[in-house]
Design a protein. Structure first.
Length: 85
């Protein structure tokens, strides 16, 4: 059933206003959201230089991360999911 999971992964989703401030307006597939999130993180130098897995949130990302200042990559994916529908 890998085809089924993949099509769900590619399905355009609605993006919350908080997330749209970072990745742009949706709908867009989850893969695209994650890609744009990383572009934003790298462009704004938001990776912790000592622990690359950690993302240091700026004001826009704090809104997406539920107010958290630092999240790791895996937690980020979970928090971003709450902004997709």
């Amino acid at each position: 059933m890998p085809g089924k999971a993949n099509s769900a992964f590619m399905k355009p989703l609605n993006v919350s206003a908080e997330l749209a401030a970072v990745v742009g307006k949706g709908p867009m597939p989850r893969s695209e959201v994650v890609k744009k999130l990383w572009v934003y993180i790298k462009k704004n130098n938001l990776q912790d230089p000592k622990a690359k897995r950690n993302i240091v949130a700026d004001e826009n990302l704090k809104k997406v991360f539920g107010g958290k200042a630092v999240v790791d990559m895996f937690e980020m994916t979970k928090l971003v999911s709450k902004h997709l529908s």
